[in-house]
Design a protein around this ligand. Sequence first.
Ligand SMILES: C[S@@+](CC[C@H](N)C(=O)[O-])C[C@H]1O[C@@H](n2cnc3c(N)ncnc32)[C@H](O)[C@@H]1O
Length: 273
Amino acid sequence: MADYSLEQVPAGWNDAATFYDAHVASFTAKFARDALDLVGVSPGMRVLDVAAGSGALALAAAQRGAEVLATDFAPGMVKLLQDKAAAAGHTQLRAAVMDGQHLDLDDASFDRAFSVLGLMFFPDRKKGFAELARVLVPGGRAAVVAWSRPDKMKVLGAFQNALWRALPDLALPPRPPPWLPLSEPEAFKAEMREAGFAHVRAHTVSHTLVFDEPTTAFDWLTGATPALNVLVHRLSPEDRAAFLEVFVEDVVAAQGQGPFGFEAEAHIAIGRK
Ligand SMILES: C[S@@+](CC[C@H](N)C(=O)[O-])C[C@H]1O[C@@H](n2cnc3c(N)ncnc32)[C@H](O)[C@@H]1O
């Protein structure tokens, strides 16, 4: 059973940081671009990125000329982000270690605030939304991206189905991922409104992950998800091999020859303070 509490502590993400940056951030950057386009970011705006990871959104916002502060509670992610900002010459992009539930930032100090696939993991999401609202100027806008239902995240669906088929004793009962409440747009919007946002809307977007081999898809998902990484590495070598074999079998049965595509759907809730 996946223990998603690993997604709620810095250690899980520190360990994942290098793989995440090399293989995952270019994909999450697509959702980051959607979020930036939806609320609009122009040169000189003060932009906050919460749970920024290695900078998928922060770097794109800096590219658009914004003054960016990127925050994340995993020092490993923040270090990578700082290195990337320096390499790109983005002097107007700063990064700091901070828990998104307790931002060490002044009230009303940003024009735009974002969290891409980050706030959705917070144990206290209410505080996460409230902190976004607190640091925005009146009239400022926020966008929060969260995965849709697990069956709309096709690579996760394939992983879960293969786990149930290969190792049924281990797979049950499944523990829902922490973002599940946000996977329904109405509930997502309600949480954002409760934090004080007005004109709240939700947009559904999807992008497709493409891999040459099913095994690469399996490695991508486990590398991107600390809880699943630990789950797989705690299996005996025999169980791990059996699980992977079923995963590959399922993907090939569903898709035939490569390349192999997996749609990933997310909701983006936007609101105005
Ligand atoms: C799936 S990654 C998303 C990273 C980035 N926003 C992106 O789109 O690529 C989740 C990130 O949330 C961060 N995170 C999780 N809980 C957090 C918290 N309470 N405060 C700050 N960051 C948090 C993790 O360290 C990790 O970098």
